[in-house]
Design a protein around this ligand. Structure first.
Ligand code: ANZ
Ligand code: ZN
Length: 866
């Protein structure tokens, strides 16, 4: 009994012990250290660096496991691999923690980094930890300040008064993307429009190149390229002037991308910030001040303006149609016209633009169709929906019958010929507002002096370090109310001056970290020569939620550095992969409670059902079903959703790692779904992964007798597997690689001892080593492999063995499949016919009958007609 157990224990692979042992061995030898001076071909594999929230979650594990398999594989195929890790460490959560828990954002962040680093190490990632960086440390953000100053000197940074989204609760400016349904993404407060002096980076200077550059990114997902192209939004349009019959300005210049619809115009509208609106305001136009104030209450995000109630103020002025001096249009001030797009003024075509239609219905303006599917439909009515479909121009004088594109060109030609307008290219992309009124970010390195204006901090005085002694008991920017920090002498005239108290958007920090990983000297942001040895990143992996902003900003930042001569690389990431999410079932209890007085009044019932989410580890299975642990509340199993704190369906990787070991977790992350799809977490899945690890272990057990003779089938399978897995890993098709390993494992388990089997079992260890590296090291040691498997080469395959010289032929009787046979490829027709007629299953069906006809399709099928 006891003896049996020890034998079984000895046979079992102990994953947790192996994890620690090999992780230590790799660390001691610096196995994953990337050598800048290596003569080998370089491979830079990078996963999007994490925000140090405090714990590694399953999404991280999946993301980093994928990158890790590729990095390890590239090492095995002779590359010098750079696979670094760091921390995107500035941002709001640290300040929120400071407010809620009274800890310093720095202390909170650094503590989280230590905890998460230990967790990452626990998973055995092949990372070069010597290059670790955290964006919240002065040695990083000080270099970012230096780059900011370089861009400032090159004219790529400017300051401007602009309308911003102001969150009145968090007391900060929000980016358009942080405004969701008119509310602050974090506080949920209704966002207001405010004017503030803000710092901007000139990303619009690069709009053309950022758009055209997408064409060369062959290894990016199309959907990401499309999202970026739409975000940049290049379109051809026309700018032209409407003369005003009276009023404070002689004319209003509008911008349109639909000059073909010019005869469908029914009004002209300008932004509340337009000079015409401002001039009318200065004249004391009654009611205008109140109107503008009302408009200011909505955010500036395009989506916001699209959905917000359309508001207009009739100025009483008239604009003259440029193609008909007898035709005048009313001029409105409207909330849906933005000042910083086009000219801040538009003409409205209600029949073909939804905003214009909503506006026209509200203010009873004419709606004239000027585009129709065919000329017969020129009078088809427009109801509540604008007709945005392409078609032919109607009701439009000299444009009638033209296709839209031709009509656009015709109007632009006419405008340019007659001198009232010019064709232009415009972009939806706007300059990047980087000012944040927050503490936990990179201080913008400038000084404001009464006499000298904006003065950059001299580089010798960098880094501008954040003060440590700050308080978070009241909202607002702690840098602004710090007693001493902002008071400095002007570097130019020496008089008392004031530091900039805005910090940089954290997207700036993530716009160049991949360069700093490649080269991180102490005295400058990076060394051009060294950085260029590694860059661009060959494979970047991360969440699709970063498809637009992070990736666009990083592309811009890299191009900006190229333009100012800091690096000779235009595109930072040649390969991009966006992985799916990790999902899990959700659980809820539904409990009947007596209604409160208000609920009774509102619902007319005495009892109400209260649903609450239940955490994954608070559930117990009883014979009657699932219950909330320690209660009699039955559990309702809900939809499978992305793991999230709010739905309490998060599974913490830490206890799973302690129980099953790193390899089982890694294997599960790779095995179940294609990597771009969502992966549903399940305990059954992880247990299956743990069993696979043990199966591979058993296959590497010395067989004692070597056996004799060859096993050509196994040999062929092995060589096909070697070639196939290499292709799958290069294409990041990890689930396909996993399937091939299962097939090989199954074949090995059935194979009799032979030299071929021994060789295949040894090769199997190499094949699984990028995925389950701890097991692989132990098994490699067991079979007497040389050195660490982490340093071993990917096995070679013999191309001759990949050629498939056997085919499967279907045997049919009267068109029905009866059996299949394996034959040599290219077998002759009569040989196939003879084999078919001799087949036992076919003979049973025929029962002695003489076939009328035999149809043979070589390499495919034999059909016997009886
Ligand atoms: C006439 C027209 C007719 C328009 C029609 C659209 C459809 P995209 O294509 O997204 O670039 N526009 C111009 N400047 C604007 C501003 N500052 N604020 C709000 N809207 C503005 O959008 C260009 C179109 O958006 C322009 O073409 C203009 O309306 C409007 F059937 O002109 B259009
Ligand atoms: Zn000065």
């Amino acid at each position: 009994m006891t003896e049996d157990r020890t034998a079984a224990d000895r046979a079992r692979f102990d994953p947790v012990a192996a994890d620690g042992r090999w992780q230590q061995a790799w660390a001691e030898r610096g196995t994953f250290h990337a050598d800048d001076n290596s003569p080998k071909p370089k491979s830079y594999v990078l996963e999007m660096f994490p925000y140090p929230s405090g714990r590694i979650h399953m999404g991280h594990v999946r993301n980093y496991t994928m990158g890790d398999v590729l990095a390890r594989f590239r090492r095995m195929t002779g590359h010098e691999v750079l696979h670094p890790m760091g921390w995107d460490a500035f941002g709001m959560p640290a300040e929120n923690a400071a407010m809620e828990k009274k800890v310093h954002p720095g202390a909170w962040t650094r503590q989280n980094i230590e905890a998460m680093k230990a967790q990452l190490k626990r998973i055995g990632f092949a990372l070069d930890w010597s290059r670790e960086l955290a964006t919240c440390e002065p040695d990083y953000y000080g270099q970012e300040q230096a780059l900011f100053l370089d861009m400032f000197a090159a004219g790529l940074v400017y300051r401007k008064e602009s309308a911003v989204n102001w969150d009145p609760v968090d007391m900060t400016v929000l980016a358009n993307e942080q405004v969701i349904d008119g509310r602050g993404w974090r506080s949920g407060a209704l966002v207001e429009r405010r004017k503030l002096s803000q710092w901007f980076l000139k990303i619009t200077d690069f709009a053309d190149e950022l758009l055209d550059g997408l064409d060369g990114l062959d290894h990016w997902p199309d959907k990401v390229k499309l999202m970026q192209a739409n975000w940049i939004g290049r379109s051809r349009g026309l700018r032209f002037r409407f003369a005003l019959e009276s009023g404070p300005l002689p004319n209003v210049e509008v911008f349109t991308t639909r000059p073909d619809t010019i005869f469908g115009a029914s009004f002209v509208a300008v932004s509340v910030d337009h000079p015409l609106a401002q001039a009318l305001l200065a004249q004391g136009t009654p009611g205008l001040e109140a109107f503008i104030a009302e408009c200011r209450r909505t955010g500036t995000a395009a989506a916001e303006i699209e959905t917000a109630e359309k508001l207009g103020f009739d100025t009483g002025l008239s604009a003259v149609h440029p193609l008909d001096p007898t035709w005048t249009l009313p001029v409105f001030i409207a909330n849906f016209v933005l000042m910083d797009y086009g000219t801040g003024a538009v003409f409205g075509v209600p029949a073909h633009d939804q905003r214009d239609l909503d506006f026209a219905r509200k203010y009873q303006l004419p709606v004239t169709r000027v585009v129709a599917a065919s000329p017969d439909e020129k009078d088809a009515p427009i109801q509540d929906e604008a007709d945005t479909a392409p078609g032919l121009i109607v009701n439009s004088r000299f444009l009638d019958g033209m296709a839209s594109e031709d009509a656009k060109a015709a109007v632009i030609d006419r405008a340019e010929g007659e001198g009232w307008g010019t064709g232009t290219t415009v972009f939806r992309l706007r300059d990047w507002g980087v000012s944040r009124q927050r503490y936990w970010g990179t201080p913008i390195p400038v000084i404001h002096c009464e006499a000298c204006g904006v003065v950059p901090v001299p580089k010798a005085q960098l880094p501008v370090v954040l003060p440590e002694d700050v308080s978070f008991d009241i909202p607002g920017n702690p840098l602004d109310r710090h007693p001493t920090w902002k008071h400095v002498d002007c570097p130019s005239c020496g008089k008392p001056a004031r530091r900039e108290t805005d910090t940089l958007d954290t997207f700036a920090d993530s716009s160049w970290y991949f360069i700093r990983f490649a080269s991180g000297p102490a005295d400058k942001p990076f060394d051009k020569d060294v950085a260029e040895r590694w860059l661009p990143v060959g494979q970047y992996i991360g969440g699709v939620e970063h498809a637009i902003l992070h990736l666009l900003y990083a592309r811009f930042w890299t191009r900006a550095l190229k333009r100012i001569g800091k690096i000779d690389i235009a595109e930072p990431f040649t390969g991009l992969f966006t992985q799916g999410m990790v999902t899990h079932e959700t659980y809820q209890t539904k409990i009947e409670l007596p209604a409160t007085a208000e609920e009774k009044a509102a619902l007319g019932t005495d009892m109400v059902t209260v649903s609450s989410w239940v955490a994954t580890d608070e559930i117990e299975r009883r014979p009657e079903g699932l219950f909330q642990t320690g209660t009699d509340h039955p559990i309702h199993v809900g939809r499978v959703e992305k793991m999230s704190k709010s739905k309490k369906n998060v599974v913490d990787p830490a206890p799973i790692l302690d129980r099953y070991g790193a390899d089982a977790v890694r294997w599960f992350m790779l095995s179940d779904s294609p990597p771009e799809r969502d992966l549903e977490w399940s305990l059954a899945g992880i247990e299956g992964a743990a069993r696979l690890v043990q199966r591979v272990w058993r296959l590497t057990e010395p067989t004692g007798t070597a056996g004799e003779g060859g096993d050509i089938a196994l040999r062929k399978l092995l060589h096909r597997t070697i070639a196939g897995i290499a292709e799958d890993i290069e294409a990041l098709q990890f689930n396909k690689a996993v399937a091939k390993i299962f097939t090989l494992v199954g074949a090995l388990e059935k194979a009799a001892p032979s030299p071929d089997r021994t060789e295949a079992a040894r090769a199997l260890i190499l094949l699984v080593s990028p995925m389950i590296p701890h097991l692989a090291e132990s098994a490699w040691e067991r079979v007497g492999g040389e050195g660490l498997i982490a340093d071993a080469a990917w096995p070679a395959f013999d191309p001759a063995l990949l050629v498939d010289d056997e085919v499967t032929v279907a045997l049919q009787v009267n068109g029905k499949l009866r059996d299949t046979i394996s034959v040599a490829k290219g077998s002759a027709k009569d040989a196939l016919e003879a084999l078919a007629l001799a087949n036992p299953k076919v003979q049973i069906i025929l029962a002695g009958a003489v076939p009328k006809k035999v149809i043979v399709v070589p390499d495919r099928l034999v059909n016997i007609v009886a």
